[in-house]
Design a protein around this ligand. Structure first.
Ligand code: ARG
Length: 258
């Protein structure tokens, strides 16, 4: 009797294990993100939302790909891709040559540029004015790269933070005099937080135009389908709908086609 029970238990366990394995083998694409970059990806009432999250949903639907978003944080997003713990990433990630050496990207889906955020009373008017001042930036972003290009790689005035939220926090509590991050994020922050008395400053001379893409490990089998999905979402007007919802204006989709 007892033996039989143990046997049944083992069978049930084995079946559960099998079910769990076949589920992960069923091809659900895990997409990593750093949900601390509003309005692109952030947590609202504990749920992930944002432009990227909604765009991804539309693209995956068109591509017929089953997926799940995982909030890994920024640097772990890249290591999770390296370890093949995740199969893709969406996180306002700029497509650039350095990253293209290690990863594949979808076609571009958003145009962006770095901007400077300071307290309202700051005299900073351009990136050059940041010289000799402490500037906060999220580690491993194009903002960091732009600052290093201007002020040198090991410049100790460049203060690196794990998330952009922490970089902004450092500005608010006076640890740094400015933050450099993507325009979409900084402009959104300024607009939504009038009480914080901060402003966003553009500098087209020192910050280049960038394009976001969905990131994949090299030679990913998913790039083709997801690009097809993205194209459909753009051509059908769904992209414009999502864009308007998040940015309150019509997108210029032509810039994505160059
Ligand atoms: N676009 C910049 C980059 O790719 C910053 C992206 C940061 N994204 C985020 N979710 N924290 O480096």
């Amino acid at each position: 009797m007892r033996k039989k029970k143990v046997f049944t238990l083992m069978t049930v366990l084995a079946m559960l294990l099998l079910a769990a394995c076949s589920d992960s083998g069923s091809g659900k694409v895990i997409v990593a993100t750093d949900a601390a970059y509003a309005p692109f990806e952030y947590l609202k009432d504990g749920k992930m939302t944002g432009f990227d999250i909604e765009l991804l949903e539309a693209v995956m639907k068109e591509a017929g790909v089953e997926y799940e978003v995982k909030n890994t944080g920024w640097e772990p997003l890249f290591t999770s891709l390296n370890n093949e713990e995740v199969q893709a990433g969406i996180s306002a990630i700029t497509i650039n040559d350095k990253r293209k050496k290690t990863y594949d990207f979808s076609d571009p889906y958003f145009e962006s540029v770095n901007m400077i955020m300071t307290k309202e009373e700051s005299s900073v008017a351009s990136a050059k004015d940041l010289d000799g001042k402490k500037v906060g930036v999220q580690t491993g972003t194009t903002g960091q790269e732009a600052l290093e290009k201007l002020f040198g790689k090991n410049n100790e005035n460049i203060k690196k933070y794990e998330s952009n939220v922490l970089a902004i926090q450092a500005l608010l509590n006076g640890e740094v005099e400015a933050v450099v991050a993507d325009n979409g994020v900084l402009q959104e922050y300024v607009k939504n937080n009038p009480d914080k008395k901060v402003k966003a400053i553009e500098d087209k001379e020192n910050f280049e135009s960038e394009y976001y893409g969905i990131i994949f490990p090299k030679k990913s089998e998913h790039v083709k389908d997801i690009n097809k999905g993205l194209k459909k979402v753009i051509d059908s007007g769904k992209y414009a709908e999502i864009y308007k919802k998040w940015f309150g204006e019509e997108p210029n989709v032509d810039v994505l086609k160059q």
